[in-house]
Design a protein around this ligand. Sequence first.
Ligand SMILES: Cc1cc2nc3c(=O)[nH]c(=O)nc-3n(C[C@H](O)[C@H](O)[C@H](O)COP(=O)(O)OP(=O)(O)OC[C@H]3O[C@@H](n4cnc5c(N)ncnc54)[C@H](O)[C@@H]3O)c2cc1C
Length: 496
Amino acid sequence: MAKDWLEGVDGAYDAVVIGSGLGGLTSANVLGKMGHRVLLLEHHYQFGGLATWFKRPRRHIFDISLHGFPVGMIKSCRKYWTKEIADSIVQLQSIRFINPQFDIDTTFDRKDFTRLFIEDFKVPREKVEGFFEHLRQMNYYDRDNRTTKEMFEEFFPGRNDVHRLLMEPIAYANGSTWNDPAITYGIVFSNFMSKGVYIYQGGTDQLVSRMTDELQKNGVEIRRNCLVEKVYTEDDPLTGKKRITGIRANGRGGESRDIACKAVISNANIKNTIFELAGRDAFQPDYLAEADAVRVNTSSCQVYLGIKQGETIPNIGDLVFTSEAKEFSSEEVTSFNTTSRTFSVYYPETRPQNATKRYAIVASLNAQWKDWQDLSDADYEAAKKRITTQAVDGLEKFIPDIRQKIDWEEAATPRTVNHYTRHFDGTSFGTKFEGLKVSMELPEQVSGLYHAGSVGIIMSGWLGTINYGVIVASKADSFLAAAKRGEVPQDASSAK
Ligand SMILES: Cc1cc2nc3c(=O)[nH]c(=O)nc-3n(C[C@H](O)[C@H](O)[C@H](O)COP(=O)(O)OP(=O)(O)OC[C@H]3O[C@@H](n4cnc5c(N)ncnc54)[C@H](O)[C@@H]3O)c2cc1C
C-alpha cells in the first residue's frame, strides 16, 4: 500500500493553505507566527511552487525562476522570513541586451538607465527624468486607463528602440505586454529601477529548505504530495452568505480525507480556486461573471543546459536578453517561433556552499498555452528539440565551443508548468490586471476563503507574491481572531 502523506494530520485546523508557492508559504508562515493552527498542503513532491529546482545525473542542478527580483525582497524576507534568508540576497552586476537595435551592458538601475538613455539613445535628460518621476508617482488607485504602449508613446514618441529597452525585461519578468495597463508596468519597473536586479545566493533549494525549517519552527504543519481536491462551504445563517467548513485532500495513500477549518488560503490560480476547488455554487452570479472574464497571463518555455564537471565558461553576463527580431513586439516575444530568449547564467557563485564549482545556463522564452496544448507527442518532442537547438545556437555566438562543454540538455514548456502547478492554461505569471479585484473580493463571497497567489501582474514574481501573501495573511488573521471572539467577521458582513 502506498504511503499516505496525510498520515498524522489532525482533523481540524484554524486555517488550511493550499499550495506552497512563495505566496502560500509566506501566508502560512505569517499565520503560524500569529499563533494560528495552520496546515499547508502541496500536491507536488517538493515545496516552493514555481520557485523550484530539479536535479539531474552528474550532479546537475537547475533553478526554474531564480533569474532576478527587485531589492525589496531583502526587506520582505527579513521582516516575514529570516535574517539569514535576507542576508543571502545579492545584486547581479551585468544585465545585457543584444538585439538588432542595440547591444548594452547595464546594472539595470535608474542611474545607469539615465546614463544609457542620454548617451546611447540620445534622449534629452529632462525627458528621461520626467519619465522616471511620472512612474514614481503612479498609484494603484489612480484611474489611469492608458496602456503601457500609450505611455511610452507619450514620453518617447516613435522610439521603438527605447520602448524595447523598457518593455523587453518586464515582458520576461511577468509576462506583461504593452497592451496591459500602464500602472502595472510603472509599479514593477520602478521596483527594479530603485536599485537593480537581485538573486538569492545559495540556490532555490537552499532558500526553500530554510523557509520550510522556519515554518516548522513556527508550528505550521506542512505536507507535500497532498492534493486538495475540494474546498467545502455551507450557508452561513449569520450573514446569508457561504462560509468555509473545510477541505478534502488526498495524500496518495488511497482514500481522500476531510479536514475541518475556519479559513482557507488558496495559493492555486484564482480561476482554479473559484471554479474547481470551491465550485460555482459558492458564488454570486455577478462575481462569477467577473471571474469568468479574468484573463490568465502567458506561460513559459525553458531550456536547461548543464556544463560538464571540470569545464568552465567565460563571464558573459548574468542575464543576457537576446533577440533576432528587428523590432520588439509583444506578439513576437510570445510567439511559437520567437527568436527572443533570455539566458540566465549560473556561475559557481550561485551556490558557494558546493565543494565543486559548477556552471549551468537556462534559456527562458515566453510562450502561449494555445501553441503547445494540442501538439501530438511527435510534434511536441520536435518542438522541444527545436527550442533546445536554437538556444544552443544562440549561445554559440557568445561561447563558440559551448557544444563541447554541455552534457545535459532538457526543455520545459507550458505543459510542464501546468503539470507541476496545475495552473489554469499553464500560466507562469498568474492573471492580468482584472484578476486582482476578483482575488481581493473572494472573502466577501465566501467568508473565510482567501487567495494568495500571482495575480493582477503587480502581485506576481517572487517579491509580489511574498508581499501579497503577507497582505492576505493579515486579513485572514483578523477574520480568525474575530471568529475566535465569536463575532461576525468583517469580510463576511460587508458582502453585498
Ligand atoms: C520560467 C519562469 C521564470 C520566472 N522567473 C522569475 C524571476 O526571475 N523573478 C521573479 O520574481 N519571478 C519569476 N517568475 C515568477 C515567480 O516564480 C512566480 O510569480 C512565483 O513564484 C509564484 O508564486 P505563487 O505564490 O503565485 O505560487 P506558485 O509558485 O504558482 O505555486 C502555487 C502552488 O500551489 C500548488 N497547488 C495548486 N493547486 C493545488 C492543489 N489543489 N492542492 C495542493 N497544491 C496545489 C502548486 O503545486 C504550486 O506549488 C518566473 C516564473 C516562471 C514560470
